[in-house]
Design a protein around this ligand. Structure first.
Ligand code: COA
Length: 368
């Protein structure tokens, strides 16, 4: 058995067989088509594997992207398609691949990993549930309350792409997408492994937002896996979207930073369910992350306290200090929940409560 090591170009077929077997009942080519950024020959350095007698038997892969969290530039590793053949499971192969992923990603200045799963494998490495987010589920009647007649939906047109990019980049927390990410999604029309409808929202014919949606095979609801644009426009088209998909319910994920949209929903007296972002998040280097987030922190507590803030990691404990205030966490996972927000956790006091949580990301088209 050889590993952990990076995938070699000639082994891509063997890796595809592994992930198609584990996730797609062996349907050949599905995973590579769904995740072209991950299973790309330009991404071999980020695909870690074990190989046994010429066969790839275990895999932990990632894409690396930049992102903006409230205007602060960070580097994110998106980990997905983690798989080991059944007969090789329980030998710590995935655990060792994840450990090496953390080392390699940290060495290439990645600040945290977003992992599209939640299990012991990730929790043991320090991953946590984050994001003070909400799930909004509307019936047709409720959607009617949020409807403004001037907004319309129509299929995406190639000329709409600059508008889509512009409204996506207005999100408080967003990936800084290379054109390739958009092109891959638009070519495959897949989002989060599902065939999706890509629709532009228009006002008097001008594009002011978009939705990427599908009908859930689990419960028949219309799920909007990514959207962007004016809040009123997005809320307004949820009813028409249900009509288009012929469903009785629509679901969208609302990021905790979307204050205006949350306010509009509250005014319509519709309840939202508190949820976290999907998957888990693993911070690779707390001091470096805080350094990157210092502009956001300064925006909440002022330049003096922000420049005084420091974080130390000792014996697995994480300690934040800002002037005379200090807050201690028993583990990196606890500290991660504090930094990025968690509905079950308090927000600290004073400057800490103003500075944290920082905005957290939603995968959308960047899901792996
Ligand atoms: C998840 C998967 C990749 C794990 O692969 P693996 O090579 O067997 O992983 P490991 O041997 O490192 O760990 C397997 C199990 O051993 C046990 N284990 C390993 N190290 C352990 C430790 N130090 N302490 C306690 N338990 C441990 C755990 O039960 C662990 O599973 P967990 O994640 O449920 O906690 C494999 O089961 C798989 O392919 N599953 C199907 C696809 C899938 O679900 N992928 C993950 C998507 S989120």
């Amino acid at each position: 058995m050889e590993g952990p090591r990076c995938l070699e170009r000639h082994e891509m077929g063997s890796l595809e067989t592994l992930v198609d077997t584990v996730f797609m009942q062996g349907q050949a080519g599905v995973m590579r088509r769904a995740f072209p950024a991950l299973f790309s020959e330009d991404n071999l350095a980020n695909i870690l594997v074990y190989e046994d007698e010429g066969r790839i038997v275990s895999h932990v892969g990632r894409t690396e992207r930049r992102a903006s969290l409230g205007g602060c530039a960070v580097r994110v590793g998106c980990v997905g398609a983690v798989a080991t053949y059944e007969e090789y499971r329980g030998r710590n192969l995935a655990s060792r691949l994840l450990e090496r992923t953390c080392q390699d990603a940290a060495a290439s200045s990645v600040d945290f990993l977003m992992i599209s799963g939640d299990r012991g494998l990730y929790r043991r490495a320090g991953a946590a549930s984050v994001g003070l987010d909400y799930r909004l589920a509307l019936s047709r009647n409720e959607a009617q309350l949020l409807r403004l007649s001037e907004y319309a939906l129509r299929p995406f047109d190639a000329a709409d792409l600059p508008f889509w990019m512009e409204v996506y980049e207005r999100k408080c927390a967003h990936f800084i997408r290379p054109l390739d990410d958009w092109n891959w999604a638009l070519e495959t029309r897949l989002c989060q492994l599902v065939e999706s409808e890509f629709l532009s929202i228009t006002l008097d014919g001008a594009v002011c937002g978009y939705t990427v949606s599908h009908v859930s095979s689990r419960d028949g609801a219309c799920v909007v896996a990514e959207y962007a644009g004016d809040d009123a426009a997005v809320l307004s088209v949820l009813g028409p979207l249900m009509e288009r998909h012929n469903t009785q319910t629509v679901r969208i994920h609302v990021q905790g930073t979307q204050a205006a949209l949350i306010g509009m929903v509250a005014r319509a007296r519709v309840r939202m369910e508190p949820v976290h972002a999907n998957g888990t998040l693993l911070v690779l280097d707390f001091p470096r992350l805080i350094e990157r987030l210092r502009p956001w922190i300064a925006g909440r507590v002022g330049m003096g306290p922000a420049s005084a803030m420091c974080v130390r990691v000792e014996d697995g404990r994480v300690c934040f200090q800002m002037g005379r205030d200090r807050i201690d966490f028993a583990s990196p996972a606890d500290a991660t929940e504090f930094v990025f927000g968690n509905h079950q956790r308090g927000r600290g006091e004073g400057g800490f409560a103003r500075a944290f949580p920082v905005p957290s990301l939603w995968y959308g088209l960047n899901y792996v």
